[in-house]
Structures are given as C-alpha cells and as structure tokens.
Ligand binder design. Structure first.
Ligand SMILES: [Zn+2]
Length: 262
C-alpha cells in the first residue's frame, strides 16, 4: 500500500489492485470541517454542518479526478445486505435510498463510496469480470460475514470465480484497542467456530477482537485467497483516521471509494 497527497487530500491505496481500478481510503486531512470532525469528514449524521460534508466529498472526488455524479452510496446499517449498483444515483437522496453494507458493480461509470470510523473497509475487485465491490464491517457486519456475502453477490451477479478476486482490508480499530464484551464474544464464537481462537485474543485479562483477521477468514471461507491487509489501527492513529472509540463518539467519518477507470 502507499500514501498519496493531492491538493492536501491524503489517501491510502493498495498495491494488490490493477491500475485501471481507482481506489482510495481517505485520511481525515485536507477538508474544511472544524473539530471534532477535523477535517475531511464525510459523515452526515455526526453533527457536522452539511455544507462541510458536501464540500469535503467534492474535494475528495476532485483529488482522484472522478466525477462526483458517478457516486453510489448506501445507508450503512451494520447488516450483511449487498446492493448491486447498475448506475449512479440519479439524484442525491439523504439518507441514501438503500440500507446495505456492501455494494458491487461492473459498470465503469459508477463509483462505490462508503464511510468509516473504526469499522472495517473492505475493497474487492474481480479483474477477469471487471467488477468491483466495497464492504463496511464493524463487529456486527463481521459476525454476519458481510464480506462473504459480497463475494457470493459477485458470483451471482457477474459469474465471478472467488479465486480470481483481489481483496484489501483497510484501516480499522486494531486488536490492541478493540476490547469486546460477552455478547460480542458469544456471537464471534458462533460465527467463527474453532477459528474464533484466531480472532479473540486475551490481553491483560480482557478479550479483544481482531476485525482484520476475522474478515480475512470470511474472505478465505468464500474462496478468496489474495488479501492485502493495511494493518493500521484507527484508534492508535487518530491524527490520520477518525476513531469512534478512541474519540468517544465525538468524531467524523472518513471516506473510501473504488471505481473502474472512466
Ligand atoms: Zn490501536
């Protein structure tokens, strides 16, 4: 992976994807929002002025030279529901029309866009079928295996062979910072069975959940073997990333997008 900066907008991109895929996980740098949303906040439901959010979204699309009208986003609700985007939103609706936590497309004119602050961003590409996807997975989406459901949607919609899929797991709250309670532990054990030993870690007598590894396991279960993991903890790095837990809920959302080159 590498970091790039365009017009003060600093973003991370992954090495695993071919050059015709535009992809970015945007840091919080280069926007116009004041604290605690400083500065490139793209979340509309966190108390920030909507004019700032609109301006920030325009700036990040401009930084990647992508037409903002190509955007397709969803109302992220911690589900494992996946939407197939055949065309951009004809008009921007607020909140977005679809409630879902994954979006896939094989249309070059559609840019898939999502928002994060500790939950796991997952980017997907099938280079053979020229299809892409994006997934949002906090602990709920992870135990519901949203990433696996996204791969199944690639298979159904595009005839994808999961072995062809390239995947990247972006910055999210890391196992060092992600202590979880009994309810989460039970659901992780139910979802991951014997493999829960690989994702539930004891740390000073508390149990921590490794979202990065759990989502990698879900992708592997779906047949995806090529997975790049950023390994960046949002809570450790609040200068770069919004962290819901580290900033006690008073923070913004960073953007992530993927698009087939137009
Ligand atoms: Zn951390």
């Amino acid at each position: 992976m590498k970091f790039s900066t365009v017009n003060d907008i600093r973003y991370l991109s992954f090495d695993i994807f071919p050059g015709y895929v535009k992809q970015a996980i945007f840091t919080r740098s280069g926007g116009t929002s004041p604290a605690p949303w400083n500065s490139l906040n793209v979340g509309s439901l966190v108390g920030d002025d909507l004019d700032n959010v609109t301006n920030n979204k325009r700036r990040l699309f401009e930084a990647l030279s992508i037409d903002a009208r190509s955007m397709f986003d969803v109302w992220q609700v911690h589900s494992s529901d996946i939407v197939i985007a055949n065309q951009p939103h004809q008009q921007s609706s607020f909140p977005p029309e679809y409630k879902a936590d994954g979006i896939v497309t094989d249309q070059p004119g559609v840019t898939l866009f999502m928002r994060f602050a500790d939950c796991t961003p997952i980017l997907l590409c099938d280079p053979k079928k020229q299809a892409i996807g994006i997934v949002h997975a906090g602990w709920q989406g992870t135990v519901k295996k949203a990433a696996l459901h996204a791969v199944k949607t690639f298979q159904a919609a595009f005839g994808t062979d999961p072995g062809d899929i390239l995947a990247a797991i972006g910055p999210a709250i890391g196992p060092d910072h992600y202590e979880v309670g009994e309810n989460v532990i039970e659901q992780v054990k139910h979802a991951f069975g014997p493999q829960s030993d690989q994702v539930l870690l004891e740390h000073n007598g508390k149990i921590h959940f490794n979202l990065w590894e759990a989502n990698k396991i879900s992708l592997n279960e779906a047949g995806v073997t090529s997975v790049e993991i950023a390994g960046i903890c949002t809570a450790c790095n609040t200068a770069d990333w919004f962290s819901h837990r580290a900033e006690k809920g008073k923070t913004g959302r960073f953007g992530a997008l993927i698009s087939l080159l137009q």
